[in-house]
Structure formats: structure tokens, C-alpha cells
Design a protein around this ligand. Structure first.
Ligand SMILES: Cc1ncc(COP(=O)(O)O)c(C=O)c1O
Length: 431
């Protein structure tokens, strides 16, 4: 039995089998390279699901953690600590200027849950209760509580009954231009009109919030057209519906901007963040306007670990590192290298239906035929496996499980990117 097989056996015996795992035991990582227990190296093009944006185990983050751990591991949210408030100040500086007040937590799911609680309290303060929450079809916002209901992917919900369908949650059509009957130009306006229909026909008009990811990650790297953002900002403002922007997956340089909201100049009322915010340390945040924060009463929000000094210190060092070492620019630059290579590849390989994304958040949708667009689910799974055998790790997503997700650490070099493109083409030829 190999060392990996021994771990697989132990996992079967001792770990709940709720994960679809890639059969590799990872023991080390540096930059964009991962090493498995047998000593094989891989170029990582998934970054722990778009999380290790600053690369694996960067010295500067390790040092920030060690220095803080030497001073204080934990004291709980009952006390003031310096790393917590420094991080909150940093988040206020990097997000749109209307966002000022942060709550720190431990994951993206918690960030979304806290955003929902904020909107409920805000609606209550205005005399509205029992209102609706609207998210997009294909959205992913988490797998617990309200975040699970806001996630609109039926394949995750089997067997969870009403737990996956909280009262008041509605889904509006997603502007998914590749699979839309409408032209690329019209698809944004049509989806925005459908949002108004959902509000008018499926709610009492009392909508507590609309939540969306600027680019839908798990749903298959779906980039809404610019017109969609223009329209929804207008609709939400007109109807006074708070806007939650879920930047959990798109934040911290991932899309070639520090935050994806910058691509469209969005100014949401609440923003959720996690993943790339900590570079691999469990942390999340929910930041809102002064007005929304003013409705919170003492005792409404709390988390034992939220704003922990060690995770906060590492997150702050991580954000400063991303800002000051050209990683946002590298994301845009290497993203363009990947896009060029993949668009050329698409001309030769009928399996590639669509290539889309921004910066280092790229989706490659595989179809059995470019005209029929029938999802190539089995081929996508095989592709991921064969590419792993070539020494490259890539993600998989999309509601039809037919989208390759290229989301490497932002430190990936041009040479590594070109190597990945060559290996991808080789795998397409042999698939
Ligand atoms: C947009 C978005 N929101 C929320 C979450 C949930 O984050 P977590 O897995 O940290 O709870 C995810 C996770 O993939 C996500 O992509």
C-alpha cells in the first residue's frame, strides 16, 4: 500500500465522506507549487478554492502569524485587540467609501449569515418583518442556514428538505450569456427585468435584501454583462432594497482588481469577504454602511473566534502583501496570458464551448459539441484527472459540473502559465 493509500483508508474510517476529493495527499506548498506525500509536484491552478491568493505559505504571512502567536493567541470578542481593529480599518479603506463598519468571523458562510442578520435587523428598524431575500439562480453563498437557501444549486440540497429552503428566499434568473436565448448585449437587461418580475410576482414587495456574487464562482465562473449591474443598481435604489455583494470568492486580487466591485464601480450596502482575505487562514468579514450598523444593538452579534488576533494579524499582512507586491497587477497580466492561450485552444478543440472570466478567475465550459452546447460532464471530470497526472491541479464547477475553473495563486509566473496551457492542450488531444 502506498503512503497515499494508507491515508485514503484512514479517511474512509475516520472522516465523514461528504467531500468529493481529488485523490492526492498534499503535504507542502510554496508559491504556486504543491507537493504530495510521494514527493510529486503540481502547479496549483485552484489555490485551495481561490483562497491562497498570496501563494502557499508565504514567509511574510508565516512571520506575521508567529509574531502574533508569541504575544497572544486568543482572548475572544469580549475584549478589544489591536489586530482586530487594524484589520477592520484596512477593510474600510479598501472597500467602497460607503462601507465603514466590519464584523469579523471565520468563513464565507458566516459572513453571509451575518449579512442576512444585518438586513433583517435593518428591515425590522423600518417596521418591515417577514420580508423576502433574493439571490440568483446558480448562486453559491454557503451550505448552512440562510446561506444554504440562498445557494441556488439543487444538487447540494438533496435530502435537506426545508433546511435548504428558508422562508422568504427567492431566486431570480442569472444573466448567463453563454446559455441565454438572448444576445450577449440583451441578456443583462432581460435578467434585470426578470428580477423586477420576481419582486412583483413572488414577494409582497417587502424585500430585505438582494445578494449576488459579482462573478459567480461555484456556479461556473459566470460573468454578468455590464448592463446587468447598471440595471440592478437602478432597480435596487428605486425600490430601496439593500444590496449585498458577496466578494467571498472574487476578492483580494482574484479578478485583476483588489475587489471585483471595482470593475463596475459598485457600492453595495453590505459586502461579504473570506477566502483570499486570509490567504488560507480561516477568516471572514461582513462590512456595512454606518446606517445599517446603527440598527445593531449590543448582544446582536458575537463570535468566540471572530476577530481572533492571530487570524486578524495574518489577514492584515496578507492584504498589505497583495496590495504592495504587484499581485493584483500579476492577476490581470497572467489572466490575459491564460485567456489568449485558451481562446486559441478553443479554435482547435470542439470540446471547449466557452472561455470567460476576469484576471485569474477563469472558467472553461466544456460541451460535447460547440453548436448543441450539451454539457460534457464526464469529459470534464476526466480532464481534471488527466491534467493532474500531467502535474497540474485545476478546479471543477458549474451547475452542470462541466466548467474547468482556473483560479491559481496570484503569484503564478508567466512561465508556469504557459506550461499549464501546453499541458491542457495535450490533455485535450488525448481525451
Ligand atoms: C461566493 C461565496 N460565498 C460564500 C461561500 C462560503 O464560504 P465558506 O466555504 O468559507 O464558508 C463561498 C464558498 O465557496 C463562495 O464562493
Amino acid at each position: 500500500m502506498t503512503k497515499s493509500e494508507e491515508i485514503f483508508e484512514l479517511d474512509k474510517k475516520y472522516y465523514q465522506q461528504g467531500y468529493a476529493r481529488v485523490p492526492i495527499v498534499i503535504v507542502e506548498g510554496k508559491g504556486a507549487i504543491l507537493k504530495d506525500i510521494e514527493g510529486n509536484e503540481y502547479i496549483d491552478c485552484f489555490a485551495g478554492i481561490a483562497t491562497t491568493n498570496a501563494g502557499h505559505s508565504p514567509d511574510i504571512l508565516v512571520e506575521a502569524g508567529i509574531q502574533q502567536m508569541k504575544k497572544l493567541f486568543h482572548v475572544s470578542g469580549r475584549f478589544f485587540t489591536i489586530p482586530q481593529i487594524e484589520l477592520a480599518q484596512k477593510l474600510s479603506e479598501i472597500t467602497p467609501e460607503n462601507l465603514t463598519k466590519t464584523f469579523l468571523c471565520n468563513s464565507g458562510t458566516e459572513a453571509v449569515e451575518n449579512a442576512v442578520k444585518l438586513t433583517k435587523k435593518y428591515a425590522y428598524s423600518k417596521g418591515h418583518t417577514g420580508g423576502a431575500l433574493i439571490s440568483l439562480e446558480c448562486a453559491f453563498h454557503g451550505r448552512l442556514g440562510y446561506s444554504f437557501s440562498l445557494t441556488a444549486n439543487a444538487s447540494y440540497k438533496k435530502g435537506f428538505g426545508s433546511y435548504s429552503n428558508a422562508p422568504g428566499v427567492k431566486h431570480a434568473p442569472v444573466p448567463y450569456s453563454y446559455r441565454s436565448k438572448d444576445s450577449e448585449d440583451d441578456c443583462g437587461d432581460v435578467a434585470a427585468n426578470r428580477l423586477e418580475e420576481v419582486i412583483d410576482r413572488h414577494t409582497s414587495g417587502d424585500v430585505e435584501a438582494f445578494i449576488m456574487e459579482p462573478i459567480l464562482g461555484e456556479g461556473g465562473i459566470i460573468v454578468p454583462p455590464d448592463s446587468y449591474f447598471t440595471q440592478i443598481v437602478r432597480i435596487l435604489k428605486k425600490r430601496e432594497i439593500p444590496f449585498i455583494l458577496d466578494e467571498v470568492q472574487t476578492g483580494f486580487g482574484r479578478t485583476g482588481k483588489l475587489l471585483a466591485s471595482e470593475h463596475w464601480g459598485l457600492k453595495p450596502d453590505i459586502m461579504t469577504m473570506a477566502k483570499g482575505m486570509g490567504g488560507g487562514i480561516p477568516i471572514g468579514a461582513c462590512i456595512c454602511t454606518d446606517e445599517i450598523a446603527s440598527k445593531i444593538e449590543s448582544g446582536d452579534f458575537f463570535s468566540t473566534y471572530g476577530g481572533n488576533p492571530v487570524t486578524s494579524a495574518i489577514s492584515l499582512a496578507n492584504i498589505e502583501y497583495i496590495q504592495n507586491s504587484g499581485l493584483v497587477e500579476n492577476s490581470a497580466k497572467i489572466g490575459a496570458v491564460f485567456m489568449d492561450g485558451l481562446e486559441d485552444m478553443q479554435k482547435e478543440r470542439n470540446l471547449i464551448g466557452d472561455v470567460r472570466g476576469k484576471g485569474l478567475m477563469i472558467g472553461i465550459e466544456l460541451v460535447k459539441d460547440q453548436r448543441s452546447k450539451e454539457p460534457a460532464k464526464e469529459e470534464t471530470k476526466r480532464f481534471v484527472d488527466h491534467l493532474k497526472n500531467e502535474g497540474v491541479i485545476i478546479g471543477l464547477g458549474g451547475i452542470f459540473k462541466n466548467v474547468l475553473r482556473l483560479q491559481p495563486p496570484l503569484v503564478i509566473s508567466e512561465e508556469q502559465a504557459k506550461d499549464v496551457i501546453e499541458k491542457m492542450d495535450k490533455v485535450f488531444v488525448g481525451l
